[in-house]
Design a protein around this ligand. Structure first.
Ligand SMILES: C[S@@+](CC[C@H](N)C(=O)[O-])C[C@H]1O[C@@H](n2cnc3c(N)ncnc32)[C@H](O)[C@@H]1O
Length: 322
């Protein structure tokens, strides 16, 4: 059974305490509505995983954990349970001999982001749209005091809780099954990440305001999203689909996105990275066996999506709330 009581206790006396006015009721409602179907089975899988304290733990260079005293049978049992939680999209994870080769090399994204942001040491961090929480563990590895991720997708919560158990029940990171629109204006996080979310939002400027409302004064926003090439006037509004995704609303150029950030009141806006998503970074694997990027690109011209739009280009922007 996934519970949030420890998190409530942890934030009760700190800067996130005011969240307790709404959060327990929101999550209780969520739990009442999610008592059935796949979620129940995924929860059982999490329950069946052992709570293991790693003897070797690395959250700085990768997410990996191991112990010397596990039998081959125990290792196989762990792999079998982790496979019940497929598809695994964000990772990779290396857990007691099981290498979860996820659809995405999320570690490559982290390597592009980390050199450009303020050190996370002792910071309180929010990761909006955190997926299975891969980057959250890397944030812990980079020294964050507390990392809160929000993501409304049930499977990702179960994957996160499975990994947490195999990391010894680490309470430096917590995933809450919420959408950004459910957050009150907490103004309490030192760093807020929004990675891979903006283009899914119907109102991207409202998204930027929502992110700003989570930051303390002087706090840092780290924004990673799809962009197009172009100047501050260029924004792509795709038709029904972009790279087969139905829920892509706006893809601005990086200069246009900088302007949006400034318009929303951010300062010191920096474009720190561009990267064309490759079919090595996003691909079908043994842990995500359905279609992936190669199937979403024009087979005759990989610089275009199937729909004829520019193939995925991503940018990282960093900005400060005054
Ligand atoms: C493309 S993934 C990005 C995952 C991860 N941040 C990364 O960069 O690899 C977008 C994530 O946003 C989540 N999401 C969808 N709607 C959301 C919402 N309203 N609020 C927060 N997250 C949301 C999805 O479940 C999904 O995990």
């Amino acid at each position: 059974m996934i519970e949030f009581g420890k998190f409530y206790q942890q934030i009760a006396l700190g800067p996130l305490a005011s969240w307790l006015e709404v959060l327990p009721a929101q999550l209780a409602a969520w739990q009442r509505e999610n008592l059935h179907g796949h979620f129940r089975n995924w929860q059982k899988t999490v329950d069946n995983l052992p709570l293991l304290t790693p003897q070797q733990l690395d959250l700085q260079q990768r997410v990996s954990a191991d112990r010397d005293d596990l039998s081959e049978r125990q290792r196989q049992g762990i792999e079998k349970l982790l496979r019940n939680l497929m598809p695994w999209r964000k990772g990779p994870y290396s857990l007691y001999g099981t290498h979860i080769d996820t659809e995405w090399r999320s570690d490559w994204k982290w390597d592009r982001v980390l050199p450009h942001i303020s050190p996370l040491t002792d910071r309180t961090v929010l990761d909006v749209g955190c997926g299975s929480g891969y980057h959250m563990w890397r944030m812990v590895g980079a020294g964050a005091a507390l990392v809160v991720g929000i993501d409304p997708t049930q499977l990702f919560l179960c994957q996160f809780e499975a990994v947490r158990k195999l990391l010894g029940g680490d309470t430096r990171a917590h995933l809450l099954p919420l959408g950004i629109e459910q957050l009150p204006e907490l103004k309490a996080f030192d760093t807020v990440f929004s990675m891979g979310v903006l283009y899914h939002r119907r109102s991207p400027l409202d998204h930027l305001f929502q992110l700003k409302n989570q930051l303390v004064s002087g706090g840092e926003l780290v924004l990673e999203t799809l962009v197009i090439e172009g100047d501050e006037h260029d924004v792509l509004v795709p038709g029904e689909r972009y790279a087969q995704m139905r829920n892509v609303w706006f893809i601005p150029s990086a200069p246009a996105l900088s302007r949006w950030l400034e318009k929303c009141g951010f300062v010191d806006v920096r474009i720190v990275d561009f990267s064309r998503t490759s079919t090595e970074e996003q691909r079908r694997t043994d842990w995500m066996t359905t279609e992936s990027l190669a199937d979403f690109l024009d087979p005759h011209d990989s610089s275009k999506t199937l729909e004829g739009y520019p193939a995925p280009l991503r940018a990282v922007l960093v900005a400060r709330k005054p």
